[in-house]
Design a binder for this molecule. Sequence first.
Ligand code: NZQ
Ligand code: ZN
Length: 383
Amino acid sequence: MNNFEFCNPVKVVFGKGSIARLSALIPEGSKVLMVYGGGSIKKNGIYEQVTDALKGFDVTEFPGIEANPHYETCMKAVEIVREKKIDFLLAVGGGSVIDATKFIAVSVGFEGDPWDILSKGGQIKSALPLGTVLTLAATGSEMNERSVISRVSTREKLNFASPLIFPKFSVLDPEVTYSLPARQVANGVVDSFIHVVEQYLTYPVNAKVQDAFSEGLMRVIHEEGLKVLDQPNDYDIRANLMWAATNALNVWIGQGVPQDWSSHRMGYSLTAQFGLDHAQTLAILLPGVMTYMFKEKQVKLARMGEVVFGITEGSEEERAHKTIAACEDFFRRMGLKTRLGECGITEKDLDALAAPVDKQGWKLGEHHNIDSKVAREIMALRL
Ligand code: NZQ
Ligand code: ZN
């Protein structure tokens, strides 16, 4: 196991009716900016629950955060925060709303153009405190220190991380996920599953605790994920998926182990240039990474196949191959596509899709051996 330092300061309030706890979680007397998305919270009762709980606070609303949140929209919120002297941010939504709120939090006190935080690693010196009411189980943003923002004008999507953007609290009520469209439920299942894979499927370092947690999470997400579309109002399925998704990326299982994240980074350009949902990019690319890096990942692929998919027959190499097929089959059963061609992307698009890897100076994968050239080859496997 590798060395690590671990701290996750996020307070989680989990379960039915927990939105009512908001008034006790936000510091008394706060001037709150309530950040939300395109309006789903006004159709499913979440808006009423939140505004009821916020009675007595000075609240300004900022709706209109897009899926794959835009830098341009966040900057409008930053102006309002400065003008109204807001001192607490409340995100009510999925990963996009939470990520946007994190970016707003660090942009308010940033000197210069906050896009530099994403594109040049611009140093963050301060952040407004924020809390979240999660409405979509997927990204883990509710309990981590990461954020992903898109810039429409340049068709770029980039991420940043800072301990200053851990939410102060996150409210997780599984019942609020009943209203999600099937496509978003499936996206959440696939995204959270692949978060575990990115931290697990590398090479063994004898990290038994991390491996056992990861294997448990993958098993739960696979089992419950296959049930949820047929039983959308089953509380236990929703609760298990929600808590699994949070644990899949609250930085816990990734401590002391090598991590990959190449499918995620390569996937950014599929969203920025072709508008594919985040999870959709991963369902296409992950089997490509597994195939291209087969030798490097073979030991853990075989182990994952046994524990998650019950694959016990054949040599280690055969079981590892079966695991790749089982993953792709899982994503398809969830209703996602697994080929670039199914999304209208062809060979001629690959240079532009792979280019950001070199542009950002990324060397992706647990062996840091994926540059734009290799990324293009991996993408070519998925045409
Ligand atoms: O905008 P509204 O109207 O709220 O509708 C949203 C949106 O259209 C809808 N939705 C959310 N909760 C709902 C609901 N509809 C009905 N009922 C509810 N309860 O779902 C749509 C998608 O929402 P979004 O927040 O975009 O989805 P998700 O949570 O999957 O977030 C995706 C974003 O998170 C980033 C992705 O790149 C993408 O930008 N990620 C963030 C990470 C992080 N911060 O750690 C890690 C991830 O790997 C990921 O990259
Ligand atoms: Zn993800």
